[in-house]
Design a protein around this ligand. Structure first.
Ligand code: NAD
Length: 442
């Protein structure tokens, strides 16, 4: 029982957290810049203001979410009142990644506390400065019995995973997701896994290419492409390819200037290991735009690659950097051949003016979530669940879905002592025809 936080206390803690996040907002923005030159604009829209809005939403809905939800009873149990109680799992482990290091640590924490759990939070070791400020905020708001931040890399995280938890929430790569799932299986611990994948972005014949280029350049190169739901590769109708590539080039220059290295709006790659991984994707490829890089500054310019082979380095796994392969297709069979080569992605985007084509793409493939004529923005709506399917993840969160993800749903039927129907009790002699009739009405 001690690993559960009472509803009234949860609200107080979330209110204190809101005050603390607001108080330290500028330090968070500074830390993000120190870690990988995340521009203040991106830090505000995708990290601090997102967390603040999540806190406000959770605080204002907490009473409604936590109240047992009454559902229609079954006539077979008449008379009864039926409820779903949301029960905190208890002791929760949250493991977060480096790419949106503040938001992806704080939003699961908010959902876990709203649902009444106690939390051990392990932020990424790759964003030292942001992890320090997360610790400062958590220490300012929570008693150690309620929430605590711990630090370490892979080995330390594995030692945490050996312990028994009541729930594990992991955001990160597919290979580490498998390590988490294996560790959780030992104790049958429920998990949410927020992973990644190769997200296709389909450009149909007749699509509005100007708007597609603008939105894709934003979605792909924000955070220097280090976003789990960024378009991973473009599938463009062969007839549209030339015009579309020209528009992408223009949009890149419009957004980041002739030399993106000088732009204050373009972040750096998180570390040398990732820089080298990305560089190995560019070297053997045909570069249409960009391909400029500098190891010392962990810089890679916005890069477009022309028609890479599906077995080339860049088309093997999720890219997770500012490199965008352009692949042309002739018909829907080409699209299917390419998308089906990969595990279920976290996102899929389709740019088209043809509603039937959009519906076909949305319903023919399995993926976490996506957009028609845009990319990434499904993330922003708290009324939409955010999560993957298959290799891109298990379960979902955001808004009420986050509260639900961190809660066990307990079914309760409340019966009065009166109105007892004797038909269910043995001896059953002569009752079968009556029960069959009764069941046929249900
Ligand atoms: P990662 O899997 O390397 O690390 C994530 C966390 O796991 C970190 O806290 C890290 O310390 C820990 N970790 C790393 N190696 C480990 C190991 N061997 N054993 C145990 N723990 C280990 O991921 P990352 O590089 O921080 O983030 C990038 C990945 O995360 C991408 O694949 C991206 O798609 C995914 N991601 C997914 C989402 C989502 O919401 N679905 C959001 C952001 C990032």
């Amino acid at each position: 029982m001690s690993s559960i936080i009472a509803v009234a206390k949860r609200k107080i803690l979330l209110q204190k957290l809101l005050i603390s996040v607001k108080k330290h907002e500028s330090e968070v923005i500074e830390a993000l810049y120190k870690d990988f030159k995340k521009p203040a604009f991106e830090a505000v829209i995708s990290e601090t203001s997102y967390v603040i809005s999540d806190l406000k939403n959770s605080i204002s809905n907490l009473n409604r979410w936590t109240k047992p939800k009454q559902v229609w009873p079954s006539i077979i149990n008449f008379p009864s009142s039926d409820f779903i109680y949301s029960e905190p799992y208890g002791r929760v482990l949250i493991i977060s990644p480096w790419n949106y290091p503040f938001q992806l640590a704080m939003c699961p924490l908010i959902a876990a506390i709203a649902a009444g759990n106690t939390v051990v939070l392990k932020p990424s070791e790759l964003t030292f400065n942001t992890s320090q400020i997360i610790t400062k905020i958590v220490e300012e708001v929570f008693d150690v019995k309620e929430a605590v931040v711990v630090h370490g890399g892979a080995e330390f995280t594995q030692s945490l995973l050996e312990k028994r938890w009541d729930f594990i929430f992991f955001t990160g790569s597919v290979p580490v997701g498998k390590i988490v799932a294996q560790a959780a299986a030992k104790h049958l611990t429920p998990v949410t896994l927020e992973l990644g994948g190769k997200n296709p972005c389909i450009i149909d014949e007749g699509a509005n290419l100007e708007i597609a280029a603008k939105r894709i350049v934003w979605g792909k190169f924000v955070n220097a492409g280090q976003t789990c739901i960024a378009p991973d590769y473009i599938l463009v109708q062969a007839k549209e390819k030339y015009n579309f590539v020209e528009l992408l080039k223009q949009e890149i220059t419009q957004a980041y200037g002739e030399n993106p290295e000088e732009s204050t709006d373009f972040p750096r790659i998180i570390n040398t290991k990732n820089w080298q991984r990305l560089q190995a994707m560019i070297e053997p490829s045909k570069v249409i735009v960009g391909g400029v890089s500098d190891e010392e500054n962990r810089y890679i310019s916005p890069t477009l690659l022309d028609e890479p082979e599906l077995n080339s380095e860049v088309m093997k796994d999720e890219i997770f950097g500012p490199i965008l392969p352009i692949i042309s297709y002739h018909d829907e069979k080409d699209i299917e051949r390419i998308i089906s080569k990969y595990e279920k992605p976290l996102s899929l985007y389709v740019f088209t003016e043809n509603k039937q084509f959009a519906e076909k793409m949305i319903t023919s493939y399995s993926f976490g979530g996506g957009c028609v004529n845009d990319c990434m923005i499904h993330f922003a709506n708290k009324r939409l669940p955010f999560g993957g399917v298959g290799h891109s993840g298990i379960n979902a969160y955001h808004g009420k879905f986050g509260f639900d993800s961190f809660s066990h749903k307990k079914s309760i039927v409340k019966k009065p002592s009166w109105g007892d129907n004797p038909i269910r009790y043995a001896p059953y002699k002569n009752k079968l025809k009556y029960i069959k009739k009764l069941l046929s009405w249900l």
